[in-house]
Design a protein around this ligand. Sequence first.
Ligand code: PLP
Length: 401
Amino acid sequence: MSCEKNPLSDTKSRSARTIAVHAGQERSQHGETSEAIYMNSGFTYPNSAAAEARFKGEEAGFIYSRFSNPTVEMFQNRMAQLERAEAARATATGMAAVTTALMAQVKAGDHVVASRALFGGCRFVVEDYLPRWGVATTLVDGRDATNFAKAMQPDTKLVFLETPTNPTLDLVDIAAVADIAHAHGAILVVDNVFATPIWQKPLELGADLVVYSATKHMDGQGRALGGIILGSEELIGGDIHTIIRQTGPSISPFNAWIMLKGLETLDLRVRQMTENAGKVADFLAGHEKVKQVMYPFHKSHGQYELAKKQMSGGSNMVSFEVKGGQEEAFKVADALSIFLISNNLGDAKSIISHPATTTHQRFSEEVLAELNISGGLLRLSVGLEDADDLIADLSFGLEQI
Ligand SMILES: *Cc1c(COP(=O)(O)O)cnc(C)c1O
């Protein structure tokens, strides 16, 4: 009979698992249980004055789905709460998120520092695309944070990195690089795809913006492309919102809905995939045909201490080098029956890829050597299948060498 307020009605007191299921939902007058798909491009106004007020920002409400849509907003709000960010904007793809996050912060004459081990598209944006617009860039070996300090220039406005890196799963010390960036008045943008929001919180480690390809673990079932940028209201609601509004890298409401539904099971899926990945890494590390296993939470990882410091789990990506080269690696991949040969990741289905001949084939031998991408390197995205089946599959593959 008391009229005391339930403390859990304050969503800030809810834990991440509860947030991922409920946060951000706006129910219509019909009281639907699941999130509604507002599959529409525009919105109407009761009268002309209301339209004027909404365009002037004097009245809240949706205008046009290029930059505001109820389903997209639900996804943004749920992700913002999960990441403990002030604000978020969703985009059509992960690359749209990265490109928007970077392009919104710089102009001709500025300088960007980035770690050289980047997802292929990210490296293209930094190394080839930004310079076309007069933004100079420097790529550094991100494994040693002091390399970022050495590369900073008076015009450095932004530092960009991913950790763990694709495909060798090296780490970059987010807190150390955030300090370096801030000491030079630059902002730090972290691509957190491989770690997922479950295992690593870049904003809490000092990053200013975090970007995701939602295509990966958030959808997690190979259906839809999407991306999201998270950070302070100042950065997100400022230039990032304006660039999305005016240039249109916008996510479809339908895809935003898929991501919302994906978030409800993200924690469960990522934890199970991570448990499987740990078992797979242990198996590979002890195998006579394997030269080296790369997994942040495996004791053989060169940055194991840093992994334990900035990540709360090793995530689901495992890379390994077979003894021999491309021929031996192909033999393993081609003999597998459960692992699919594909370049996607974060999927329920386990995936194997050969980076040197696929995602990284455009790079010269010199760059591949610099990135430690040898012919014998294989990258796994460990999925939700039975771990013993996955190990038996890899065991059979390795016996073919
Ligand atoms: C996949 C991926 C991207 C790009 O995302 P898309 O949704 O494919 O555009 C960016 N960074 C990393 C680390 C990725 O794995």
